[in-house]
Design a protein around this ligand. Structure first.
Ligand code: LLP
Length: 417
């Protein structure tokens, strides 16, 4: 993976054209990149997109047309999936609810619409069983270990709130039986942005757990967590090798159970991260002692990953005057928010760091790359900033898929008394 410091276009469309037409800050996605990542995972029986990574309904529709199914973690995400044209029945389930709780609205929705549930807590089994006995369910198991790109994205082990603790399996089987719920699948997701070595450990844990549940198991899900390259030194994960490990588990289970077992994968970041760019405009350049700051019109209200996890995103500049022969300099890149942590170049723990970028002028565009996963979806209205617009580029055509929020829309739910 290489990232260049100067970028003129995204998927063949000039950055200034995009910025002029749609304004900044602006999220831009390249459909071809999303679809290319889908193709890489075709060996799995089902590719279930963890829509929390990038849930715009046009992106969901693009994925639906490519044969991808979705995961939903809330009533809102089920609602999005249906708006994007997913149906409630089919094999593999077009929409699956996977969470650690049911809020009352979500429980009502999965019952009314017959949405399959992947239970992440023992209480969910009882709550569903009481109102919808006799259903098939799957269990999300916490195998007792986890790993993520940050401690905040590690979803396994006893420090994590996610999944059913592996030692509680027998209890959960009894709960299911009491309600006539049949456990037809198992799921393990140990963390987000992890690595091959940690992901590989999950296979063994899955096999052991499936053997304990027995032949009612028809699907196993490897969860998400596939890493994507954010730095030029990051390597791509070997998908063939990863599939092979899981396929071996699946085949052994099929032999034991004497019936087919379907193998699902549940990526979020892998499908959308590299496809997304956040275009911002440099609005101020100033020095503080020995530091030079580029201040953008985008902040952590648009992309929270750096302030939350110290996440690294590649950055490039589009010089507005077309002169690309700008010397490189070390700078700190920040946003407009009235908060010191509103810095895109920081490490975990909030330590500000410098980045080599071309010398810039006010009005140049700064593009934050690999921002298509957990970018726009984690946006907020902090400082009463509007949620950014989103554009999808497909076959050389840029289409608006979410317009920038208006100032009145920010206030729309408020009541003046
Ligand atoms: N499945 C489950 C049950 C999950 O909880 C998640 C992510 C995924 C799949 C997809 O994981 P992925 O393939 O994207 O790694 N905001 C953080 C990531 C939080 C992940 C939450 N769950 C970030 O920006 O890195």
């Amino acid at each position: 993976m290489t990232f260049s410091n100067v970028r003129r276009e995204i998927a063949g469309i000039s950055i200034s054209e995009l910025a002029n037409q749609f304004g900044t800050p602006l999220y831009v996605y390249d459909a071809a990149t999303i679809l290319a990542r889908v193709e890489e995972l075709r060996q799995f029986d089902a590719i279930r997109f963890a829509q929390k990574a990038c849930s715009n309904i046009s992106i969901l529709k693009l994925l639906r047309k490519a044969g991808v199914v979705v995961d939903a973690v809330s009533a809102g995400e089920i609602h999005r999936a249906l708006k994007a044209g997913f149906t409630t029945t089919g094999e593999p389930a077009p929409v699956q609810y996977c969470a650690d709780i049911f809020d009352r609205q979500a429980l009502q929705m999965v019952v009314d619409l017959n949405i399959p549930v992947n239970c992440g807590s023992p209480d969910m089994i009882d709550q569903l069983g009481e109102v919808a006995p006799g259903r098939n369910i799957t269990l999300r198991i916490n195998p007792g270990f986890g790993h993520g790109h940050s401690q905040k994205t590690n979803t396994g082990g006893e420090q994590s709130k996610h999944g059913i603790w592996h030692e509680d399996l027998a209890d959960c089987m009894q709960r299911a039986e009491r309600h006539g719920l049949k456990i037809t699948g198992l799921h393990m997701h140990i963390g987000s942005g992890t690595d091959f070595e940690h992901l590989a450990q999950v296979c063994k844990a899955m096999e052991n757990t499936a053997l304990k549940v027995g032949s009612s198991i028809q699907t196993i899900s490897a969860g998400g967590g596939l890493p994507t390259p954010y730095r030029s030194s990051d390597n791509r994960i070997d998908i063939d090798c990863y599939f092979k490990l899981w396929d071996e588990v699946r085949q052994r289970l099929q032999e034991t159970f004497q019936h087919p077992v379907s193998l699902e994968i549940e990526p979020g970041r892998y499908l959308s991260a590299e496809a997304g760019f956040l275009i911002s405009e440099i609005r101020a350049i100033k020095t503080m002692g020995s530091n030079t700051f580029y201040l953008l019109d985008a902040g952590f209200n648009n992309l929270a990953r750096p302030i939350l996890y110290g996440a690294y995103h590649p950055m490039s500049i589009m010089p507005r005057d077309g002169n690309e022969n700008r010397p490189l300099q070390e700078v700190i890149v920040g946003g407009p928010l009235c908060e010191s942590g509103d810095i895109f170049t920081q490490e975990e723990g909030g330590f500000v760091c410098r980045r080599q970028l071309p010398a810039a002028q006010i009005g140049d565009y700064l593009i934050i790359e690999c921002a298509g996963a957990y970018g726009s979806v984690m946006g907020s209205n902090y400082n009463s900033k509007p949620l950014a617009g989103e554009v999808l580029i497909r076959d050389g055509k840029a289409s608006l898929i979410r317009r920038t929020q208006t100032l009145d829309e920010i206030l729309a739910q408020e009541v003046l008394i």
